[in-house]
Design a protein around this ligand. Structure first.
Ligand code: UD1
Length: 421
């Protein structure tokens, strides 16, 4: 296990290039199971979650090559099983996309229930509801999901009781090669939902409406190979914007889609941070004090739940009292006790955190409780007075490509050290 030793208090200056989107990559790589030809997928971030999904695909019989520039060449023609139940599958949330992918490919699937970050229960009832509407018989037993069909998947209308990114993606994958039309109503509109639809359409699918509440998928018999490039990571970009705002200075965050960041940049402006948008870059500057703001997480285009810990870290030093409400997950404030070790004054009551801004945080030994919380603690360490030791970096390594190299390139002072046994 590694830790970061962070020397806080340095402003950030310079340019940083955002990598491909983790949440799009894991969905697209799983969906490539539907393609019985060679897919070349570019701008894939080289992070632990991607390596795990690629290893799972190899276990299923896919030929997979990952190049150092982030291009993945894969061919799933020889996929020879509909069972994905290895330890690796249990470890990651996105492995549940194999349910939709294997159902779409073979008309049956057996997949272990997923892991991933722990924010309380992570139900999959809406995924199952969709598969059942499309003719699958689904049961959950012994930690696995078993899904079978008599004659393959059949298109149908599916109304999502709750806006779910995971269920929208899974049903879209399962419907791509189903017989007839599938209509997903109350669909999630996240950028990675749209990116997956674009990938599938490039490979010959017929999907319309991704990015709106209603997605229509007309099943096709076959997908063909091709080349596709993944969108920039909305959350990595947002994390750098918040880091620059937290430390002060002047940073150009490059390779972004500014529209995807509207909810985040609007809050930063409210908090007295200067934001300048360009075509595919955002410049962030701060010299004055951070001021309070209220934030509520919501499905896209609302403020992303994956930016909630980072914004709380920033608000912990704001002038005044802020309220942050987590409206997507039941239990996503575990990291607050770590921030308090650094002097933050935050009380959590159910889904709401009340943050009384303190002038400064102070360095302390802390740990990452999950992926985005790890990023938040790193930001806290960068703005704190003194030295912070941040443990449990395995969470950060799951989702941020070359994080410390990119931050050090901006003038942050941190080193990775091996923990003593
Ligand atoms: C969610 C976020 C996504 C983020 C990811 C990891 C939203 C809408 N989604 O996606 O942006 O990247 O977490 O932090 O912000 N739910 C059900 N039944 C289901 C599926 C989900 O009740 O079958 C509920 C969940 O408990 C949760 C909400 O719906 O409260 C959103 O879940 P979902 O969007 O599916 O989660 P992820 O796909 O992991």
């Amino acid at each position: 296990m590694d830790k970061f030793v962070i020397t806080g208090g340095n402003p950030l200056h310079g340019e940083v290039i955002v990598s491909g989107a983790k949440n799009a990559a894991v969905a697209i790589l799983a969906a490539a199971v539907l393609v019985e030809d060679t897919c070349v997928i570019e701008n894939v971030p080289i992070i632990k979650d991607v390596k795990v999904i690629l290893e799972i695909l190899r276990q299923l019989g896919a030929e997979v090559q990952m190049q150092e520039n982030g291009t993945v060449v894969m061919n799933c023609s020889n996929l020879n099983t509909f069972e994905a139940t290895s330890d690796l599958v249990r470890k990651m949330r996105a492995s549940y996309y194999l349910l939709g992918a294997l159902l779409g490919r073979f008309g049956k699937a057996q997949v272990s229930l997923p892991g991933g970050c722990d924010f309380g229960g992570r139900p999959i009832d809406q995924h199952i509801k969709g598969f059942e509407a499309m003719g699958a018989m689904v049961k959950v037993e012994h930690g696995n999901v078993y899904a079978t069909t008599v004659e393959g998947m059949k298109g149908n209308s599916v109304y999502m009781d709750k806006v779910s990114v995971g269920a929208t993606i899974n049903i879209m994958i399962a419907a791509t090669k189903a017989q007839g039309m599938t209509i997903i109503e109350n669909a999630a509109k996240e950028p990675h939902v749209v990116d997956l639809a674009n990938f599938l359409n490039y490979m010959g699918a017929n999907i319309k409406g991704a990015g709106t509440d209603v997605i229509k998928i007309k099943g096709v018999d076959k997908l063909h190979g091709g080349t596709y490039s993944i969108i920039p990571d909305q959350i990595e970009a947002g994390t750098f914007l918040v880091a620059a705002a937290a430390c002060g200075g002047d940073v150009l965050v490059k390779n972004v889609i500014p529209k995807h960041l509207d909810a985040i940049t609007a809050k930063l402006v409210e908090m007295n941070v200067e934001i300048e948008e360009m075509d595919d870059a955002i410049r962030v500057k701060r010299s004055g004090k951070i001021t309070k703001a209220n934030v509520k997480t919501l499905p896209y285009p609302g403020f992303p739940t994956d930016m909630q810990p980072q914004i709380v870290a920033l608000l912990s030093v704001a002038e005044g009292t802020s309220m942050v409400t987590e409206d997507v997950w039941d239990n996503r404030f575990q990291y607050v006790s770590e921030l308090k070790r650094m002097g933050a004054q935050i009380s959590v009551n159910g889904k709401t955190a009340v943050i009384e801004g303190v002038g400064n945080l102070t360095g302390a030994p802390v740990r990452s409780t999950d992926l985005r919380a790890g990023a938040a603690m790193l930001i806290a360490g960068l703005m704190a007075k003194g030295t912070t030791e941040l443990q449990n970096l395995e969470h950060i390594d799951r989702g941020y490509e070359n994080f410390e190299q990119k931050l050090c390139g901006l003038g942050a002072q941190l080193v990775r050290e091996k923990m003593e046994e």
